[in-house]
Design a protein around this ligand. Structure first.
Ligand SMILES: C[S@@+](CC[C@H](N)C(=O)[O-])C[C@H]1O[C@@H](n2cnc3c(N)ncnc32)[C@H](O)[C@@H]1O
Length: 375
């Protein structure tokens, strides 16, 4: 869409996208959702995505940065799209540093993939995943872009030489060179016949990890195609570890005036009030907390008996013990956050207190931010 007006995370998806009826004016800003942990790269760094043809709205990077805390490189070839994408990113200052807009240069005409090829490839090489909602059509006629049948997209958005088959084939060919440089290569596909063609292309190149999905909205159907050269890692999380080291709760019914960042700050305030030292990270939406026995005692309303029980079964000095844990806030859907507490060091004699601390935090946040106060 050329030239959308926009302030905060206001989306105008393309006319050829199944997300066309999706509009959001949320300003919740910067809260990562649970799935970011699933996509976290091997070093545990923040996930980095590459959006090929981000469009004027830059909608996917804005959503990914806002909801998941991911970093993005967002590319496009069209000046007007890039200009508006920049504006949209700047209008979301809490996440703007997570998104880099990059112009893909074309020397001999718009949508000449060959000339922009190497730059798109460079972006892909340094990402955990790349994504694309390509121009689907081969010609104006095919796109139905005559004044009578126009569905609102611009020529640049909807049309490229060879249509989506050619566009995504180039991405597939790039990926076959880059292989494991990116973990997932993905694209939206507008037609089932293209999907079949692209899957056979992937088979031809010997790609074995291929996933597809279907997006249906009203009468419109689109497909998602994803492929990878990285074998899935076998990560076994035992119930024991999950139970003891990670505790979470859903905070639903959050009143509209409160943003996720306010709730994160309130997490920090809660633990600081007990004297614990806290480090808030607004881009990963986490607070790292270190609490001594005294701090835990203060936070748990002087439940000295509880603490004495903890130490009676341990020969570690009460005074020298600290509890280090991280609280993460994840956006699940508008008005609902998942709050997760996870131990940083499992062997602390205070580990058993995490559950009580998380319960106290839940009561405090619920009281402050939710319509329904009862847990
Ligand atoms: C269908 S639109 C998608 C826009 C946006 N990603 C969305 O889903 O709302 C396709 C976009 O790809 C851009 N584009 C076309 N050729 C490109 C290329 N070689 N490299 C990067 N972007 C390109 C177009 O300018 C257009 O903004």
């Amino acid at each position: 869409m050329a030239g959308p007006e926009s302030t905060e995370l206001t989306s105008m998806p393309p006319a050829n996208s199944p997300a066309s009826s999706f509009t959001t004016t949320t300003s919740i800003g910067g809260s990562p959702m649970g799935s970011s942990a699933l996509l976290a790269n091997s070093k545990g760094d923040i996930v980095r995505g590459f959006d090929i043809g981000t469009g004027a709205n830059c909608i996917y990077p804005l959503l990914g940065a806002s909801l998941l805390g991911w970093n993005f490189v967002a590319s496009d070839v069209t000046d007007v799209a890039l200009e508006w994408a920049e504006r949209n990113v700047k209008n979301n200052p809490n996440i703007s540093e997570l998104i880099e807009i990059r112009k893909v240069n074309t020397t001999d005409g718009l949508n000449n993939w060959e000339s922009s090829y190497s730059e798109d490839r460079e972006g892909m090489a340094r990402s955990d995943f790349c994504m694309c909602n390509p121009p689907f059509f081969e010609s104006i006629e095919e796109a139905g872009l005559n004044p009578k049948t126009s569905c609102g997209g611009t020529y640049e958005e909807m049309v490229c030489p060879g249509g989506e088959k050619a566009f995504i084939t180039h991405i597939i060919e790039d990926s076959a060179v880059l292989k494991q440089s990116s973990r997932w290569y993905t694209s939206m596909v507008g037609r089932k016949v293209s999907l079949k063609f692209l899957m056979s292309k992937l088979r031809e190149l010997g790609v074995t990890i291929v996933k597809t999905t279907e997006f249906v909205q009203g009468k419109t159907c689109r497909w998602g195609l994803a492929w990878s050269f990285v074998p899935p890692s076998k990560k076994i999380i035992t119930p024991h570890v999950t139970e003891k080291n990670i505790l979470s709760f859903m905070l639903g019914g959050i009143q509209r005036q409160f943003s996720a960042i306010q709730i994160l700050q309130s997490v920090e305030d809660f633990f600081q009030a007990g004297g614990a030292s806290c480090k808030l990270n607004a881009s990963s939406f986490t607070v790292d907390i270190t609490a001594s026995t005294e701090h835990c005692n203060a936070l748990l309303n002087n439940e000295v008996k509880h603490l004495d029980e903890v130490f009676s079964s341990s020969n570690i000095e009460k005074a020298s013990s600290n509890l280090s844990f991280r609280v993460s806030v994840f956006q699940q859907m508008p008005g609902t956050l998942l709050v997760k507490g996870s131990l940083q060091h499992r062997d602390s004699p205070l580990s058993g207190l995490l559950s009580s601390l998380v319960q106290q935090l839940e009561a405090s946040l619920r009281h402050k931010f939710c319509r329904e106060k009862a847990v």
